[in-house]
Write a protein that binds this ligand. Structure first.
Ligand SMILES: NC(=O)c1ccc[n+]([C@@H]2O[C@H](COP(=O)([O-])OP(=O)(O)OC[C@H]3O[C@@H](n4cnc5c(N)ncnc54)[C@H](OP(=O)(O)O)[C@@H]3O)[C@@H](O)[C@H]2O)c1
Length: 321
């Protein structure tokens, strides 16, 4: 066998194993690798992480994963009783690493944009800093493309995109003014945010839009860490609250008995993504993970991003290069 043939066999073997991992794993390969060999979650101990949509589902699971490692938390959502419950669960999970004052309950409706600034002041007054904002609150959708009223398009975008962008802008301004541009912004996107799925057109568009907002920020502010975490189907109650095509109605279905990743596993993987400051990660059971890989071809984009500054990119967009 020649050296070239040997190299070729190695290459084929590498790709066979890589594709097998797409089938076997419940998340992208880099995230799985970091969960085993990356920075430990305890590196975040003492940091202040603000999670929206923390009263249940993925937000609650993420809060618990972080609390176990002594990460200080701000828990936000509309339902105060459920937030209090999550606060107690976090303190129990922390096993003495956190005191009551380290897990702040901050009730908020993401749609009340006019209150976002005072909510941020509350966080800063309490902890005197903020390290990570996790934009997790959101609602999904089930509807035929043709049946969706434009009012639903607007309402879903208000919550899943504009409220997130509004709060993030305030926090990024804080990072720029107080931290020299350093800080960590994260969002729960969705695999539907880069690979469209049927019967959720507005939701797909909203998560694509959210990703685009965050990616655009990243090319402007290189010191910021940005994590786009994109789950596939996860076992939460989110179908209860999901939009339909008609204004004022909800899907109202349970996800029980559906093949979905558990919220606990999703929260763990989200926490690993944060601790390792990963830019884009995803998770989902087979075939979701496999399909997510097929839908992506980001290698060239990443290589190009290494060589192109924001000025170069802007020149190309403005037709000056
Ligand atoms: N579950 C999945 O399969 C899946 C897949 C991909 C992506 N995601 C994304 O993951 C995120 C969390 O979803 P989930 O599955 O955990 O859903 P969930 O169980 O329904 O939780 C949604 C959270 O958002 C909060 N929320 C909803 N509207 C709000 C508002 N106007 N203001 C403030 N908080 C609000 C809810 O709290 P209150 O009702 O107390 O306000 C709740 O804590 C969403 O962004 C969703 O798009 C979910």
């Amino acid at each position: 066998m020649t050296f070239l043939e040997f190299l070729l066999i190695l290459l084929v073997l590498y790709y066979v194993i890589y594709v097998l991992l797409w089938i076997v794993l419940d998340c992208n390969v880099a995230l799985w690798y970091k969960s085993r060999f990356g920075v430990s979650l305890s590196s975040m101990r003492g940091q202040v992480v603000w999670i929206t949509g923390a009263s249940r589902g993925i937000g609650r699971a993420l809060a618990l994963s972080l609390a176990r490692h002594g990460v200080r938390l701000v828990l936000s959502a509309r339902r105060v009783e459920q937030l209090e419950q999550v606060q107690s669960e976090c303190l129990a999970a922390a096993r003495g690493l956190l005191a009551q004052k380290d897990v702040l309950i901050l009730p908020m409706d993401m749609l009340e944009l006019e209150k976002h600034q005072s909510h941020l002041y509350t966080v800063l007054n309490h902890f005197e800093k903020l390290d990570v904002l996790v934009n997790n609150a959101g609602r999904s959708q089930r509807a035929n493309w043709t049946d969706i009223s434009v009012e639903v398009d607007r309402e879903l975008f208000e919550l899943d995109v504009f409220s997130v962008v509004h709060l993030s802008r305030l926090v990024v301004r804080y990072f720029l003014e107080q931290n020299g541009g350093r800080g960590h912004l994260a969002a729960t996107s969705s695999i539907a945010g880069f690979s469209p799925v049927p019967f959720s057109a507005t939701y797909c568009a909203a998560k694509h839009a959210l990703n685009a907002y965050l990616l655009a920020l990243k090319v402007e502010q290189r010191k910021l860490d940005i994590t786009i975490f994109a789950p596939g189907p996860v076992a939460t109650d989110f179908l209860q609250e999901a939009f339909t095509g008609s204004q004022g109605t909800k899907v109202g279905l349970s996800t029980a008995n559906q093949k979905r990743l558990t919220a606990e596993r999703c929260g763990e993987l989200f926490a690993v993504s944060l601790a390792n400051k990963m830019d884009l990660t995803w998770c989902g059971l087979f075939p979701v993970n496999f399909l997510a890989y097929c839908a992506r071809n980001s290698t060239l984009t990443k290589i190009l991003a290494q060589f192109m500054t924001e000025k170069t990119l802007n020149k190309i967009r403005e037709g000056k290069l």
